[in-house]
Design a protein around this ligand. Structure first.
Ligand code: ATP
Length: 251
């Protein structure tokens, strides 16, 4: 049923000159689920997520996100939260100001937004730094502020590119718990190389390689299908799905 899909892509493709970054991708992500989006470096994950976030126009194909076609940028942007690889933050603002600014852009009621911002700052252990300029933040602190910004307006769909990258173990756990807490309400596309995170959180996993989906299913199903060992891991499944033939010309 199309209406229960929060993300749907049909033959979505992106070419950069001679490079095909995303090659006829079909996606069907049910509302309220967590979808782990995996793939080797250069597989086309970021390109896909940027198209879904309406920041990049597909060369061909279509997609809808939270019920809106991606060529309706305003409608999609209203309904999504996006955490890119580098969180879009203003160095000269404090985290509290940044979140208030983001809330203002989305016309959120100020007191409600301030309450939600405080809750995120607390949860991500940023309360003590909340009134310091983001320019003084570490990489992990920036990522946490970026996640708070992506989720502040309680989006229908959260597109999260590497949300746990560079986070210390406690912060990474907090982010995992946060994503787990979204399940059922918010649809999460989790693009990451952190396979244990996907194993723990994802209802379904898609493995992209050279712009194409080479494996898809629940983490359990992908592990069962992997030939390696008695207790195959998601890593085994990933390596199998993305294993390239050795290049005889390589030395
Ligand atoms: P990673 O895991 O390393 O972040 P990824 O799966 O997110 O990789 P993409 O960043 O989507 O991969 O890149 C997919 C392909 O598209 C790569 O071959 C990359 O070189 C190419 N590509 C991405 N952006 C551009 C661009 N602006 N111009 C030309 N080629 C690009």
């Amino acid at each position: 049923m199309t209406s229960s899909l929060a993300i749907r892509a049909d033959a979505l493709s992106k070419r950069y000159g001679g490079t095909t970054a995303v090659d006829g991708l079909d996606l069907a992500v049910p509302a309220g689920s967590v979808y782990g989006f995996l793939g080797p470096n250069g597989a086309g994950k970021t390109t896909t997520v940027r198209m879904l976030a309406t920041l990049l126009r597909p060369t061909s194909g279509t997609a809808t996100v939270a019920g809106a076609p991606i060529d309706d940028r305003d409608a999609v942007r209203e309904r999504i939260g996006y955490l890119p690889e580098t969180p879009p933050l203003h160095e000269e603002l404090t985290a509290r100001e940044q979140l208030a600014y983001a809330a203002g852009l989305r016309d959120l009621p100020a007191d409600d937004a301030a309450r939600r911002a405080d809750a995120f700052l607390d949860r991500f252990d940023l309360a003590d730094a909340a009134d310091r300029r983001i320019g003084t933040y570490s990489k992990g602190m920036r990522r946490k502020a970026g996640i708070a910004q992506a989720l502040l307006h309680d989006p229908a769909v959260a597109l999260l590119d590497e949300p746990t990258a560079g986070l210390d173990p406690r912060a990474a756990r907090t982010v995992r718990e946060t994503v787990a807490g979204l399940a059922g309400e918010t649809t999460v596309l989790l693009s990451t190389h952190a396979l244990p995170v996907v194993d723990e959180l994802a209802d379904a996993v898609g493995v992209l390689s050279d712009g194409r989906l080479v494996a898809e299913g629940s983490p359990e199903r992908l592990k069962r299908r992997a030939a390696a060992g008695d207790e195959p891991t998601l890593e085994d499944a990933f390596l199998e799905a993305t294993g390239a033939e050795p290049d005889p010309g390589a030395d």
